[in-house]
Design a protein around this ligand. Sequence first.
Ligand code: FE2
Length: 248
Amino acid sequence: MIDLHAHILPGIDDGPSTLGEARDLLKAAATAGTTHIVATPHMNPAQFPNTQAGICQVFNATRVELEQASGIRLAVSAEVRVGLDTVELVERDEIPWLGEYDGQPVMLVEFPHTHLPTEAVNVVRWLVTRGIVPLIAHPERNREIMNNYKRLRELADLGCLFQLTAAAMVGGFGPIAQQVGRRMVEDKLVYALASDTHNTRFRPPALGPGGRVIEKMIGSSRVSDLVFDNPWRIVAPLFEAPAIDLVV
Ligand SMILES: [Fe+2]
């Protein structure tokens, strides 16, 4: 399986603190059947002010050891907290894209969990006008969407894709997130299932348990789209690029 949203790089955000923890996390992912992971550390100026250069530095310093320890192939991108500064980052070409969708760059976009700020939605609209495809991380956990599902439809109409978190489908983020996740699956609004893993204990890397819930809903071939075909369609260029391209 291909996991396009995971916090697996050490000491860079609220994922693993040490290389040893990162190694354990990746070994757990391998045991759970994941073969490819895109490391997506937070880029959030208020909390985790990571830059493209800093992220790539950590990735390049740890990649070989983490791949060898786990057998998982790794690539790097970021989970971008969308705000006005995102515009500047795009203008300066300092976004680590998640890959491509129909030839257009894809950004893994995070909103605050509490609501959808108008300003942030306007930036998402701007991204679309610039030919960038927003892949919205875990909308099922956004309180405004939990309270008003129409907001998700509005984002879909803008041209956003959606990433559902596997643990949400087994109740890991409470019953409302689970219900919203189920509704997204029923409405065919999920583009990819991902782990958004942070650690082995509370935010584990397994896609299987959530995938099996979805399988019961829509069948195995469509679950396969969510954990293989669709994510690969976006992230393949990251894995096919020579490593030197990742050095900034
Ligand atoms: Fe995340």
